[in-house]
Design a binder for this molecule. Structure first.
Ligand SMILES: *Cc1c(COP(=O)(O)O)cnc(C)c1O
Length: 386
């Protein structure tokens, strides 16, 4: 249930903004102080305590967007995710982790959990049963990420949240791919929502940041560890991120609108073997997407048919950038087998459906016909059968 009755674009533009009482400027002033008065104050302010004026201001916007009581801004998505995981997992605890998750999160779990004595199981697939099958007596947390990268598979958030609640297990979901404009996991019963704010929140491929949103109680616990880990974001970047987030709603909606059109264009194209986008009626997650999402997002992937060289295709693009990362206003594409999944063996990759023909597409705000034109010309350029 929403704690805020304002419309989403009003929240993006105004929620949490700081008033400039001295000069009556229109935007939040930037407070760069790292040193604040300690006499006669309720709480001592310091950047690493996540409580400088700009941090508090932007946290309110994030909390409102995710229908949460409280939020915190971090220096990266991984700072937000690692601080959250280590808050709720102690030596001897067990976590159930969704199989298909962001590579950095997977690496954090596989490389470091053993040093903390934390046990974990990866689910077999994304069904609720496979989450249930992994639960042990000492399971303290279930970790989710939907839609997943790069095949845009969905997890039934409501069902997993219900399962977790029945066993007193906390749930944390990475909402980066959807953004709060498209999906609010807390409304579905998920406890904690995390974001790489480097992606849609920033939206211009020039900010590294992260965010976590949850109840006051849970955020208090995350704060307690995070202030000692020190993953806070510089106030200047917090201020820039506030500016970016004013357009989050209109950006994501424009990107999503383009994505729907491009997905059906690709779906009909003879050079395209398959398209993975929950907005397509033929997609196996389409009906779940309609229930738990407010749209289908702007991320997709597709496979070129045999005879079309995927790398040559990317090199032939003139407008869309072959580029890492995602969610900027500019359209980008990448080859998962050369990037996010490059460390897997070929057979592991193929068993996960990551072929060398698979291209991930982060759809931007450019004019749709220009994007279609670029894809068409790049397809002709990479057709070895011609
Ligand atoms: C990029 C990303 C992260 C990590 O965020 P950083 O800002 O790079 O630390 C986590 N989850 C998802 C889904 C991402 O795309």
């Amino acid at each position: 249930m929403s704690l805020n009755t304002k419309g989403v674009n009003t929240i993006c533009t105004h929620e949490g903004e700081l008033k400039d009482n001295t000069y009556k400027g229109a935007v939040s002033p930037l407070y760069m102080s790292t040193s604040y008065d300690f006499l006669d104050v309720d709480s001592k302010r310091y950047p690493r305590y996540f409580n400088t004026p700009n941090q508090v201001s932007l946290s309110k916007k994030v909390a409102a967007l995710e229908h949460a009581e409280s939020a915190m801004i971090f220096s990266s998505g991984m700072a937000a995710i690692s601080s959250t995981l280590l808050t709720f997992l102690k030596s001897g605890d067990h976590a159930v982790v969704q199989n298909d998750i962001y590579g950095g999160t997977r690496s954090f779990i596989e490389s470091h959990f053993k040093n903390y004595g934390i046990n974990y199981s990866f689910t077999k697939d994304l069904t609720v049963e496979s989450f249930e099958n992994c639960i042990q007596e000492n399971t303290k947390l279930i970790y989710l990420e939907t839609p997943s990268n790069p095949l845009l598979k969905l997890v039934d958030l409501f069902a997993v949240a219900k399962l977790a609640k029945s066993q007193n297990i906390i749930t944390a979901s990475d909402n980066t791919f959807a953004s709060p404009i498209v999906q609010n996991p807390i409304d579905l019963g998920i406890d904690i929502v995390m974001h790489s704010a480097t992606k849609y929140f920033g939206g211009h491929s020039d900010i590294s940041a992260g965010a976590v949103a949850s109840s006051e109680l849970i955020m208090g616990k995350i704060w307690d560890l995070s202030k000692d880990f020190g993953g806070n974001l510089s106030d200047y970047t917090v201020w820039l991120l506030e500016r970016s987030m004013k357009t989050l709603g209109i950006r994501v909606k424009a990107q999503q609108k383009n994505a729907r059109k491009l997905a059906s264009f690709l779906d009909k194209h003879s050079a395209v073997q398959s398209v993975f986008y929950p907005g397509l009626k033929s997609n196996e997650y389409h009906s779940l997407a309609k229930i738990q999402m407010k749209g289908f997002g702007a991320m997709m992937s597709f496979e070129l048919a045999n005879g079309y060289d995927a790398e040559m295709f990317l090199r032939a693009l003139k407008l869309i950038k072959p580029s890492m990362s995602l969610a900027g206003v500019e359209s980008t594409m990448l080859l998962p087998y050369k990037t996010s999944h490059s460390l897997l063996t070929e057979s592991d990759r193929l068993s996960q459906g990551i072929t060398n023909q698979l291209i991930r597409f982060s759809v931007g705000i450019e004019t749709k016909s220009d994007l279609i034109h670029d894809i068409k010309q790049a397809i002709s350029a990479c057709n070895s059968k011609r």
